[in-house]
Ligand binder design. Structure first.
Ligand code: RFL
Ligand code: PHB
Length: 394
């Protein structure tokens, strides 16, 4: 089999790239290790920046998102028992975010791909990316006991943090930067109305909590937990009780509880691998970087990497110019480091650090107090939260 672009991974990065390439008449095959149902069962991101909304439209898959997505013009920050609203709309000159789950984004992209009759090979085992340092890269994989080969012009590594693409690059060609946080997020999804019409980010003495949602009758909540905690030791009852203790009185009283549809613990990490290009192999999304979820940036960064890569590939095929491909890594990394900084900073600001002494705790409180009582302070949060424009730094 032969294709122009072999895409490894059918998460949001791989599927979005496939759909954008299709709009430009560029052929791509996606290889995914898991089944489509498994990919759809992973509950992850919930907040889309305007650039991601625009990309869904550009890929021709925005209809359901505009019907069902919830536009949010602000969110609350809670500390010392008080909530403070960050008015995104006012602080950023009319910008906002949209609450629309990653599962729905993935579903819309999968359906469009299927409708267009494009090839996705699910449950592709032992994917190997080969010869990407030459002009004739290829990918091999196993399916139902047989080995297959896919020849291509380029390989797009959209296979997430644990994927095969970054792992196939010689260690000497990579520089990795990593910070692992001393806690994780325990998430719970339930068919209950959200506690508040906007998100609440809470810094409580018992640790961080986040109240998010997927719709007006489906809620998503998170609790900061020690890395040693096991999800099976957290009953739904324990979760709701702990969440209530981390919220203000009003929210605690309004909280509607119910059985969990999903519960999982995710570790928190800041990670960047440089560069993102190795001759004919390009990394995009979580394959090249990870942010802690506090800033809601992971999916959005994945989408913007894909946009830069798509534009570069289109330029290569339609305009016979390799300028975009040559600049991909540098361009994407500029935006990535900006989002890494915000995600790290917002994580530091909102969580309780087990090793922090009393002075650090007092300093964190003073910083929060300063931020929410200063327009410049709130603007710094708001403009990073709604996301940077695509042409930032260019
Ligand atoms: P994914 O989604 O990990 O997809 C990679 C795909 O590659 C497949 N794969 C392979 N396929 C073939 N061969 C191999 N050897 C393979 N190895 C792996 C995998 O099966 C998978 O299908 O990466 P992608 O596409 O780059 O997308 C990144 C996003 O998923 C991620 O950044 C976000 O979910 C992060 N994130 C959030 N981002 C936001 O923008 N806003 C949020 O509100 C937000 N909340 C979150 C989050 C991530 C979370 N967790 C669980 C890490 C909340 C949480 C709790
Ligand atoms: C989510 O709804 O899953 C979500 C929202 C905001 C975040 C992280 C996760 O910062």
């Amino acid at each position: 089999m032969r294709t122009q672009v072999a895409i490894i991974g059918a998460g949001p990065s791989g599927l979005l790239l496939g759909q954008l390439l299709h709009t430009a008449g560029i052929d791509a095959v996606i290889l995914e290790r898991q089944s489509a149902d498994y990919v759809l069962s992973r509950i992850r991101a919930g907040v889309l920046e305007q650039v991601t909304i625009d990309l869904m439209d550009e890929a021709g898959v925005g209809t359901r998102m505009h019907q069902q997505g919830l536009v949010h013009n602000g969110f609350d920050m809670l500390f010392k028992g008080q909530r403070h609203r960050i008015n995104l709309d006012r602080l950023t000159g009319g910008r906002h975010v949209m609450v629309y789950g990653q599962t729905e984004v993935t579903k819309d992209l999968m359906e469009a791909r299927q409708l267009a009759g494009l090839t996705t090979i699910y449950q592709a085992d032992r994917v190997q990316v080969l010869d990407f340092d030459t002009d004739h890269p290829r990918v091999t994989y196993e399916k139902e006991g047989k080995t297959h080969e896919l020849a291509c012009d380029f390989i797009a590594g959209c296979d997430g943090f644990h994927g095969v693409c970054r792992a196939s690059v010689p260690r000497s060609a990579l520089q990795e930067y990593e910070k692992v946080y001393p806690f994780g997020w325990l998430g719970l999804l339930s068919d209950t109305p959200p506690v508040h019409e906007e998100l609440i980010y809470a810094n409580s003495p018992r640790g961080f909590a986040l109240c998010s949602m997927r719709s007006m009758n489906r809620s998503r909540y998170y609790l900061q937990v020690p890395l040693t905690d096991k999800v099976e030791n957290w009953s739904d009852e324990d979760f709701w009780q702990e969440l209530r203790l981390r919220l203000d009185q009003e929210a605690g009283q309004q909280l509607v509880t119910g059985p969990s549809l999903e519960k999982s613990i995710a570790p928190l990490r800041s990670f960047v691998s440089e560069p993102l290009r190795f001759h004919r192999l390009f990394l995009a999304g979580d394959a090249g970087h990870i942010v802690p979820p506090t800033g809601a940036k992971g999916l959005n960064l994945a989408a913007t990497d894909v946009k830069y890569l798509f534009d570069a590939l289109r330029e290569h095929y339609l305009e016979k110019s390799s300028a975009g491909l040559n600049h991909y890594s540098e361009t994407a990394l500029k935006r990535i480091w900006r989002a890494e900084r915000f995600s790290w900073w917002f994580t530091q600001l909102m969580h309780r650090f087990p090793e922090a002494g009393e002075i650090n705790q007092k300093l964190q409180e003073a910083e929060l107090d300063y931020l929410v009582h200063s327009d410049s302070g709130m603007r710094t949060i708001a403009e990073n939260y709604v996301g940077l424009p695509l042409n930032f730094g260019l």
